[in-house]
Design a protein around this ligand. Structure first.
Ligand SMILES: CC(C)(COP(=O)(O)OP(=O)(O)OC[C@H]1O[C@@H](n2cnc3c(N)ncnc32)[C@H](O)[C@@H]1OP(=O)(O)O)[C@@H](O)C(=O)NCCC(=O)NCCS
Length: 165
């Protein structure tokens, strides 16, 4: 397993990342403690947090944020500026006014199954599964599971069609 992406690019922070073969990472990315599978491509201004897993042959477009608890399968397309969420009730501080620590909130895991596509600007709330081959429309807010192959759009996301083909 390589310990770096296969391309050179200036201005990128890469720390403790498990890379597959032939991974491409563009400039101005912030990747730490995550896993990225073979041949996946990571666009500019993408942040991928510790604990996130990206499968093989994925395309992650610019300005996307992928947080801890997110598992992305193989051949998944993630559009520009997609936001993942893993904390349903975020707080800066605890009830007694101290800064929140890792123990003070509950991580909600999210799964994007093989071959799914997430449109630009989509927001994926924590705890959902987007089924294999499903398509999430641009700007959608996904708050419930999406069935395999379905096309969803809107806020909150609702099914437009049961099949993308
Ligand atoms: C969701 C999507 C796949 C639907 O495509 P489609 O099946 O061809 O749908 P249509 O264009 O025929 O639209 C069907 C209806 O859904 C609405 N709609 C389509 N996309 C929508 C979206 N993203 N959000 C809200 N409503 C949407 C249309 O306005 C239309 O409504 P109407 O029947 O009341 O007029 C597509 O519009 C989309 O958002 N794709 C993502 C594109 C993207 O983000 N690419 C990223 C890189 S460029």
């Amino acid at each position: 397993m390589p310990d770096a992406p296969s391309n050179d690019a200036p201005y990128r922070l890469i720390n403790d990342v498990e890379f597959g073969d032939e991974v491409i990472v563009y400039s101005f990315t912030n990747l730490y403690g995550c896993t990225i599978g073979d041949r996946s491509r990571i666009g500019t201004f993408v942040e991928i947090q510790r604990g996130a897993r990206i499968g093989t042959d994925c395309k992650i477009q610019s300005h996307t944020f992928i947080c801890d608890g997110v598992t992305i399968g193989d051949r998944v397309f993630v559009g520009h500026g997609v936001m993942f969420i893993n904390d349903k009730v975020p707080r800066a501080t605890t009830a007694d006014g101290g800064l929140q620590s890792e123990d003070d909130w509950q991580l909600l895991p999210t799964t994007i199954e093989d071959g799914a596509s997430l449109g630009s600007g989509a927001v994926i709330l924590g705890g959902v599964t987007v089924g294999a081959g499903a398509v999430v429309g641009a700007g959608a807010v996904v708050s419930r599971d999406v069935a395999p192959g379905a096309v969803v759009a809107g806020v909150p996301a609702r099914q437009l069609r049961s099949s993308a083909t």
